[in-house]
Design a protein around this ligand. Structure first.
Ligand code: F6P
Length: 381
């Protein structure tokens, strides 16, 4: 046996995780005769020493399965709930990594996981990460795996909503996931033929949205589909929200410098939550407001976790497999503290220090935005 590598999946699950685990594992075992150890439920499993040997048999038959065979959690190494207390468990994780005699640790996750993995890298662990999330918001990569599958699910849902909206002459507001970025709502809205698409990157004006629907009605369209990202915000709250988010960042920085407190972060975060409104409830309020302003009946559909479930699309299987296989080459070449990103058809190791804390948002001149405007989709501005 040459090397031993550990692997874990962290953050929200997403289709394609098993394809990536398989891509890493089969390459590691088949090409380099490595041993592969999986850790259950993200960083928590590494902290609690819950390991499983990922031999060939465990990697077989998982390509098409949704979720993650390893389980996942949103636990952070430096702030873990243990026995009712939030503790920094980084040292325990480092010790377990050493006890397992790992030569590298592969962490599959979104923006938060990249951050946590980078922290472990700074503690001396040979970390390599992969970008997964249905939100497609990881900085430094063209695409994250999970996104294409969720895009397909949300698009099909919007397709299906058309016939019922049309039959009842209704507005149907459909809430799409995506956290604080609009990739999923914009992509699915455009592909599914939504009439209005609202995304966090473009704060919306309620008057403009209502007017777009009224105009459609005047032109003879008896229904409207509004695809709204869970993170979309009305224009009158956008400025206050940006200020509150800046407060959170400042409070976090102060904690890092030793001058801040946990309480200050909590109160800044509460302000942000208040302004964002509860996911789901905010979209219900939008649907009700549109009904009252247009006098057309409006119904709400929240796609929620349906978008994360089930078998990965072919594109996600391909992306996860090629990035997974490339990860082992990166380990073999001794490059650590990197995320294996997709750039065109290439898999490129990018330093974690260049991407952590950044989010890939939809640029205002993105081709999908331009196309939406060209074909008359209202974006709420
Ligand atoms: O990051 C993926 C994601 O599905 C987001 O789109 C969503 O905001 C969030 O996770 C939901 O998280 P949870 O599954 O913890 O409720």
């Amino acid at each position: 046996m040459s090397k031993t590598i550990g692997i874990l999946t962290a953050g929200g699950d997403s289709p394609g995780l098993n394809a990536a685990i398989r891509g890493v594992g089969k390459t590691a075992i088949g090409v380099y005769d490595m041993r592969v150890v999986g850790f259950r439920d993200g960083f928590r499993g590494l902290m609690e020493n819950r390991a499983v040997d990922l031999d060939k048999s465990k990697l077989s038959g998982i390509l098409t399965i949704g979720g993650t065979i390893l389980g996942t959690s949103r636990d952070k190494p430096h702030r873990m709930l243990v026995g009712g207390q939030t503790l920094d468990m980084t040292d325990v994780i480092v010790e377990n990594y050493q006890n397992h005699q790992l030569d590298a640790l592969v962490c599959l996750g979104g923006g938060g996981t990249q951050k946590n993995a980078f922290r472990l890298h700074k503690k001396g662990l040979n970390v390599v990460t992969l970008p997964k999330t249905i939100d497609n918001d990881v900085f430094g990569t063209d695409m994250t795996f999970g996104f294409d599958t969720a895009l397909g699910i949300a698009t099909e849902a919007i397709d299906r909503l058309h016939s019922t909206a049309h039959s009842h002459h209704r507005i149907i507001v459909v809430e799409v996931m995506g956290h604080n970025t609009g990739w999923l709502a914009l992509g699915a809205g455009l592909a599914g033929g939504a009439d209005v698409i609202l995304i966090p990157e473009i704060p919306y004006d309620m008057d403009a949205v209502a007017e777009a629907i009224r105009q459609r009605h005047r032109r003879g369209a008896s229904f409207s589909i509004v695809a709204v990202s869970e993170g979309a915000v009305p224009r009158d709250r956008a400025e206050a929200l940006a200020a509150a988010e800046a407060k959170v960042a400042a409070a976090k920085k102060a904690r890092k410098d030793g001058s801040g407190s946990e309480k200050a972060i909590k109160s800044a975060k509460a302000e942000v939550d208040e302004l964002r409104g509860h996911v789901g409830r905010a979209t219900l309020a939008l649907s009700e407001e549109l009904e009252s302003r247009t006098t057309l009946e409006s119904r709400l559909t929240i796609l929620g976790h349906l978008q994360r479930g089930g078998t990965p699309s072919a594109a996600d299987r391909l992306l996860a497999t090629r990035l997974g296989a490339a990860t082992v080459e990166v380990i073999e070449s001794g490059q650590f503290g990197v995320m294996v990103a997709s750039r065109g058809e290439e898999a490129v190791p990018v330093p974690l220090k260049d991407i952590v804390g950044k989010r890939k948002t939809v640029p205002p001149d993105h081709p999908w935005i331009k196309a939406a405007r060209s074909i008359g989709v209202a974006l709420g501005d």
